[in-house]
Design a protein around this ligand. Sequence first.
Ligand code: BEZ
Length: 205
Amino acid sequence: MSANTITLNRNSDQLPDDGRPVWLFGYGSLIYKAGFDYLETRTATIQGWKRRFWQGSHDHRGTPERPGRVVTLIGDEQASCTGLAYRVTPDVFEQLDVREKNGYLRLVRPLLLADGEAIDGLVYIATEDNAAYLGPAHEAEIARHVLLSRGPSGPNSEYVLELARALREMGVEDPHVFAIEHHLRLLLDEDHKQSYSSIQSPEVQ
Ligand code: BEZ
């Protein structure tokens, strides 16, 4: 499947014609930066899926030559993923389908709101057959990749640190995200020490 999913998502007939609000599930950048108007937001969980930094980002946190790494959901019957559900009007998807075009399909999936209410919501998922998919790697390796990536939306490291901060603030435990954050902080510290020592003792030109 091509990485550009705008047309596929626009042609799906999931959105009500009469402007009725729908639920949208966010598990990545949508948690820390919605960037659209919404009617309400609630903590929500999607069962049977896990959050993984396995999707390439050519257009936000990397470039086509050096894609960054961002999250997608991977099916796993034993797992669940907690994020934020937003109640939004369908016009929100005009911009969101463009923002999340790099391999993400907009799908309808069952969600559980924090108070136990079961709803159907829309969720963007980048499946393994999309051209921007990078797949699994060791968390330390993902952190090294993130450290070196940057795109039009900023450094890839900001995405990881902001997502980890937002999850912690919500009280969500996500060992995969926190392990990458841990390795990344070590690498950022090393980088900082190296650039500090080169300022202290610059090489004589
Ligand atoms: C999200 O934050 O839920 C999200 C993740 C990937 C693509 C689109 C949205």
